[in-house]
Design a protein around this ligand. Structure first.
Ligand code: ARG
Length: 272
Protein backbone atom coordinates (compact mmCIF):
# COMPACT_ATOMS: atom_id res chain seq x y z
CA UNK A 1 0.00 0.00 0.00
CA UNK A 2 1.51 3.41 -0.89
CA UNK A 3 1.98 5.98 1.86
CA UNK A 4 -0.79 8.48 1.55
CA UNK A 5 0.27 10.89 4.25
CA UNK A 6 3.40 11.68 6.17
CA UNK A 7 3.06 11.16 9.88
CA UNK A 8 4.54 13.58 12.42
CA UNK A 9 5.31 12.78 16.05
CA UNK A 10 4.65 15.37 18.74
CA UNK A 11 6.15 15.41 22.23
CA UNK A 12 3.73 13.95 24.77
CA UNK A 13 3.26 14.14 28.51
CA UNK A 14 2.50 10.86 30.26
CA UNK A 15 1.80 9.83 33.84
CA UNK A 16 2.59 6.29 35.01
CA UNK A 17 2.41 4.31 38.26
CA UNK A 18 4.90 1.50 38.94
CA UNK A 19 3.44 -2.00 39.50
CA UNK A 20 5.19 -2.28 42.88
CA UNK A 21 2.05 -3.76 44.44
CA UNK A 22 0.67 -5.41 41.30
CA UNK A 23 -1.09 -8.77 41.68
CA UNK A 24 -4.27 -10.46 40.51
CA UNK A 25 -6.24 -10.89 43.72
CA UNK A 26 -9.76 -10.49 42.37
CA UNK A 27 -11.43 -10.84 38.97
CA UNK A 28 -13.29 -7.81 37.66
CA UNK A 29 -12.74 -8.52 33.97
CA UNK A 30 -12.50 -11.78 31.96
CA UNK A 31 -8.69 -11.53 31.64
CA UNK A 32 -8.16 -11.81 35.40
CA UNK A 33 -7.73 -15.20 37.07
CA UNK A 34 -6.63 -14.98 40.71
CA UNK A 35 -5.24 -18.54 40.54
CA UNK A 36 -2.63 -17.57 37.90
CA UNK A 37 0.70 -16.70 39.52
CA UNK A 38 1.98 -13.18 38.87
CA UNK A 39 5.68 -12.32 38.86
CA UNK A 40 5.76 -8.80 40.28
CA UNK A 41 9.49 -8.37 39.55
CA UNK A 42 8.91 -9.25 35.93
CA UNK A 43 5.94 -6.86 35.84
CA UNK A 44 8.22 -4.11 37.17
CA UNK A 45 10.89 -4.83 34.55
CA UNK A 46 8.35 -4.85 31.71
CA UNK A 47 6.74 -1.65 32.98
CA UNK A 48 10.14 0.02 33.27
CA UNK A 49 10.96 -0.94 29.68
CA UNK A 50 7.74 0.83 28.62
CA UNK A 51 8.71 3.91 30.65
CA UNK A 52 12.18 3.89 29.03
CA UNK A 53 10.64 3.52 25.56
CA UNK A 54 8.65 6.71 26.11
CA UNK A 55 11.75 8.54 27.36
CA UNK A 56 13.76 7.37 24.35
CA UNK A 57 11.03 8.72 22.07
CA UNK A 58 11.50 12.09 23.81
CA UNK A 59 8.30 12.14 25.86
CA UNK A 60 7.88 13.40 29.43
CA UNK A 61 6.96 10.74 31.97
CA UNK A 62 5.85 11.65 35.47
CA UNK A 63 5.24 9.11 38.19
CA UNK A 64 2.47 8.63 40.72
CA UNK A 65 3.46 6.91 43.97
CA UNK A 66 1.96 3.40 44.07
CA UNK A 67 -0.16 2.53 47.13
CA UNK A 68 0.03 -0.84 48.91
CA UNK A 69 -3.26 -2.73 48.74
CA UNK A 70 -4.24 -1.24 45.36
CA UNK A 71 -2.94 -3.92 42.94
CA UNK A 72 -4.58 -2.37 39.84
CA UNK A 73 -3.09 1.07 40.37
CA UNK A 74 -0.50 0.38 37.63
CA UNK A 75 -3.32 0.96 35.13
CA UNK A 76 -2.85 4.71 35.39
CA UNK A 77 -5.07 5.48 32.39
CA UNK A 78 -8.04 4.78 34.63
CA UNK A 79 -7.04 7.52 37.09
CA UNK A 80 -8.93 10.20 35.22
CA UNK A 81 -9.09 12.45 32.18
CA UNK A 82 -6.64 15.32 31.69
CA UNK A 83 -7.52 17.38 28.65
CA UNK A 84 -7.97 20.97 27.60
CA UNK A 85 -6.24 22.13 30.81
CA UNK A 86 -8.96 20.39 32.87
CA UNK A 87 -8.88 17.31 35.06
CA UNK A 88 -11.60 14.86 36.00
CA UNK A 89 -10.73 12.13 38.47
CA UNK A 90 -12.12 8.61 38.14
CA UNK A 91 -15.09 7.19 39.99
CA UNK A 92 -14.54 3.45 39.79
CA UNK A 93 -17.24 0.86 39.12
CA UNK A 94 -15.70 -1.70 41.51
CA UNK A 95 -15.06 -1.15 45.22
CA UNK A 96 -11.65 -2.87 44.89
CA UNK A 97 -10.36 0.11 42.89
CA UNK A 98 -12.29 2.94 44.58
CA UNK A 99 -9.38 4.17 46.73
CA UNK A 100 -7.22 4.78 43.65
CA UNK A 101 -9.26 7.93 42.99
CA UNK A 102 -7.83 9.71 46.01
CA UNK A 103 -4.24 8.93 44.97
CA UNK A 104 -4.82 10.24 41.44
CA UNK A 105 -6.79 13.26 42.70
CA UNK A 106 -3.93 14.12 45.01
CA UNK A 107 -1.42 13.92 42.14
CA UNK A 108 -3.63 16.15 39.97
CA UNK A 109 -4.04 18.77 42.68
CA UNK A 110 -0.31 18.85 43.37
CA UNK A 111 0.47 19.29 39.67
CA UNK A 112 -1.89 22.19 39.05
CA UNK A 113 -4.91 20.30 37.75
CA UNK A 114 -7.59 20.62 40.43
CA UNK A 115 -9.78 17.58 39.72
CA UNK A 116 -13.52 17.59 39.17
CA UNK A 117 -15.41 14.54 40.47
CA UNK A 118 -18.34 13.00 38.64
CA UNK A 119 -21.58 11.77 40.14
CA UNK A 120 -21.65 8.74 37.83
CA UNK A 121 -19.02 6.07 37.26
CA UNK A 122 -16.20 7.14 34.95
CA UNK A 123 -13.02 5.11 34.52
CA UNK A 124 -10.87 7.89 33.12
CA UNK A 125 -8.89 7.31 29.96
CA UNK A 126 -9.87 3.66 30.02
CA UNK A 127 -13.15 4.93 28.55
CA UNK A 128 -12.41 8.48 27.33
CA UNK A 129 -9.95 9.00 24.49
CA UNK A 130 -9.17 12.41 23.01
CA UNK A 131 -9.12 12.62 19.21
CA UNK A 132 -8.39 16.20 18.25
CA UNK A 133 -11.12 18.40 19.66
CA UNK A 134 -13.52 15.58 20.51
CA UNK A 135 -13.57 12.90 23.15
CA UNK A 136 -14.59 9.35 22.32
CA UNK A 137 -16.49 7.92 25.28
CA UNK A 138 -17.00 4.21 25.94
CA UNK A 139 -19.85 2.74 27.98
CA UNK A 140 -21.51 -0.62 28.49
CA UNK A 141 -19.27 -2.20 31.12
CA UNK A 142 -17.59 0.37 33.35
CA UNK A 143 -18.26 4.05 32.62
CA UNK A 144 -21.90 5.08 33.04
CA UNK A 145 -23.16 6.84 29.91
CA UNK A 146 -24.47 9.61 32.17
CA UNK A 147 -20.84 10.46 33.00
CA UNK A 148 -20.28 11.30 29.31
CA UNK A 149 -22.33 14.47 29.75
CA UNK A 150 -20.70 15.30 33.03
CA UNK A 151 -17.25 15.02 31.46
CA UNK A 152 -18.20 16.91 28.29
CA UNK A 153 -19.31 19.77 30.52
CA UNK A 154 -16.27 19.58 32.82
CA UNK A 155 -13.66 19.69 30.05
CA UNK A 156 -15.60 21.69 27.44
CA UNK A 157 -15.40 19.11 24.65
CA UNK A 158 -18.08 17.10 22.87
CA UNK A 159 -18.19 13.37 23.68
CA UNK A 160 -19.05 10.83 20.97
CA UNK A 161 -20.61 7.91 22.89
CA UNK A 162 -19.67 4.39 21.80
CA UNK A 163 -21.24 1.25 23.21
CA UNK A 164 -19.03 -1.74 24.03
CA UNK A 165 -20.68 -5.16 23.78
CA UNK A 166 -17.97 -7.81 24.39
CA UNK A 167 -16.87 -8.25 28.04
CA UNK A 168 -13.25 -8.97 27.01
CA UNK A 169 -13.20 -5.42 25.63
CA UNK A 170 -14.63 -3.81 28.73
CA UNK A 171 -12.89 -0.43 28.40
CA UNK A 172 -12.82 1.68 25.24
CA UNK A 173 -9.01 1.61 25.23
CA UNK A 174 -9.04 -2.18 24.81
CA UNK A 175 -11.00 -1.89 21.55
CA UNK A 176 -9.89 1.40 20.01
CA UNK A 177 -6.73 3.45 19.82
CA UNK A 178 -6.29 7.03 18.67
CA UNK A 179 -3.36 7.27 16.25
CA UNK A 180 -3.60 11.00 15.55
CA UNK A 181 -6.25 13.73 15.72
CA UNK A 182 -8.20 12.27 12.81
CA UNK A 183 -7.14 8.62 12.67
CA UNK A 184 -8.13 5.71 14.90
CA UNK A 185 -7.80 1.94 14.80
CA UNK A 186 -10.51 -0.24 16.29
CA UNK A 187 -11.98 -3.72 16.53
CA UNK A 188 -15.53 -3.56 15.11
CA UNK A 189 -16.93 -6.67 16.93
CA UNK A 190 -16.33 -4.94 20.27
CA UNK A 191 -18.97 -2.27 19.44
CA UNK A 192 -22.69 -2.30 18.74
CA UNK A 193 -23.85 -1.55 15.17
CA UNK A 194 -24.74 2.14 15.67
CA UNK A 195 -21.31 2.77 17.24
CA UNK A 196 -19.53 1.11 14.30
CA UNK A 197 -21.58 3.25 11.97
CA UNK A 198 -20.65 6.39 13.89
CA UNK A 199 -16.96 5.44 13.85
CA UNK A 200 -17.01 4.95 10.08
CA UNK A 201 -18.64 8.36 9.70
CA UNK A 202 -16.26 10.25 11.97
CA UNK A 203 -13.08 8.37 10.93
CA UNK A 204 -13.24 7.40 7.26
CA UNK A 205 -9.52 6.44 7.35
CA UNK A 206 -9.82 4.17 10.39
CA UNK A 207 -7.82 0.94 10.51
CA UNK A 208 -9.91 -2.09 11.46
CA UNK A 209 -7.92 -4.76 13.24
CA UNK A 210 -8.30 -8.52 13.07
CA UNK A 211 -9.41 -10.87 15.88
CA UNK A 212 -5.88 -12.14 16.56
CA UNK A 213 -4.52 -8.64 17.21
CA UNK A 214 -7.50 -7.54 19.27
CA UNK A 215 -7.25 -10.64 21.46
CA UNK A 216 -3.68 -9.84 22.55
CA UNK A 217 -4.93 -6.32 23.42
CA UNK A 218 -3.08 -4.94 20.40
CA UNK A 219 -5.32 -1.88 20.43
CA UNK A 220 -4.22 -0.98 23.93
CA UNK A 221 -1.58 1.19 22.30
CA UNK A 222 -0.17 4.72 22.64
CA UNK A 223 0.61 6.89 19.62
CA UNK A 224 2.52 10.16 19.38
CA UNK A 225 1.26 10.71 15.84
CA UNK A 226 4.04 8.59 14.30
CA UNK A 227 5.45 6.05 16.78
CA UNK A 228 2.82 3.66 18.04
CA UNK A 229 3.87 1.78 21.17
CA UNK A 230 1.85 -1.44 21.23
CA UNK A 231 1.88 -5.01 22.57
CA UNK A 232 4.58 -6.85 20.57
CA UNK A 233 2.29 -9.83 19.97
CA UNK A 234 -0.01 -7.72 17.75
CA UNK A 235 2.07 -8.34 14.63
CA UNK A 236 -0.79 -8.02 12.15
CA UNK A 237 -1.75 -4.62 13.54
CA UNK A 238 1.94 -3.59 13.44
CA UNK A 239 2.01 -4.42 9.71
CA UNK A 240 -1.18 -2.38 9.14
CA UNK A 241 0.40 0.56 10.97
CA UNK A 242 3.57 0.36 8.89
CA UNK A 243 1.53 0.29 5.69
CA UNK A 244 -0.35 3.39 6.85
CA UNK A 245 2.89 5.30 7.47
CA UNK A 246 3.13 4.84 11.25
CA UNK A 247 6.09 3.33 13.06
CA UNK A 248 5.08 0.47 15.41
CA UNK A 249 7.20 -0.04 18.53
CA UNK A 250 6.42 -3.40 20.14
CA UNK A 251 6.79 -3.95 23.89
CA UNK A 252 6.13 -7.03 26.03
CA UNK A 253 3.78 -6.43 28.96
CA UNK A 254 2.74 -10.08 29.40
CA UNK A 255 2.57 -9.88 33.22
CA UNK A 256 0.28 -6.86 33.10
CA UNK A 257 -1.95 -8.59 30.57
CA UNK A 258 -2.90 -10.93 33.43
CA UNK A 259 -4.78 -8.00 34.96
CA UNK A 260 -6.48 -7.21 31.67
CA UNK A 261 -4.31 -4.31 30.61
CA UNK A 262 -1.37 -3.35 28.45
CA UNK A 263 0.42 -0.28 27.09
CA UNK A 264 -2.39 2.29 27.10
CA UNK A 265 -3.81 1.10 30.42
CA UNK A 266 -0.43 1.87 32.02
CA UNK A 267 -0.35 5.36 30.53
CA UNK A 268 -2.38 8.41 31.55
CA UNK A 269 -1.82 11.13 28.96
CA UNK A 270 -1.92 14.78 29.92
CA UNK A 271 -3.43 16.42 26.82
CA UNK A 272 -2.72 20.13 26.80
N1 ARG B 1 -7.67 -4.96 36.28
C1 ARG B 1 -8.03 -3.67 35.80
C2 ARG B 1 -9.55 -3.52 35.77
O1 ARG B 1 -10.21 -4.44 35.43
C3 ARG B 1 -7.47 -3.42 34.44
C4 ARG B 1 -7.66 -2.03 33.95
C5 ARG B 1 -7.14 -1.82 32.59
N2 ARG B 1 -7.13 -0.45 32.25
C6 ARG B 1 -7.54 0.07 31.09
N3 ARG B 1 -7.34 1.33 30.87
N4 ARG B 1 -8.20 -0.63 30.22
O2 ARG B 1 -10.08 -2.50 36.12
Amino acid sequence: MPLRVSRTPTIRHYVMTAPTFFSVEYAINPWMDPTTPVDTHRALDQWDALRRTYKELGHTVELVEPVAGLPDMVYAANGGVLVNGKAVVARFAHPQRAAESDAYAEWMSRHGYPPVRTEHVNEGQGDFLAAGRILLGGHGFRTDIRAHREIARAVGMPVVSLRLVDPRFYHLDTALTVLDDSTVAYYPPAFDAPSCHRLREVFPDALEVADADAHVLGLNAVSDGYHVVLPAAATGFAAQLRAAGFRPVGVDLSELLKGGGSVKCCTLEVHS
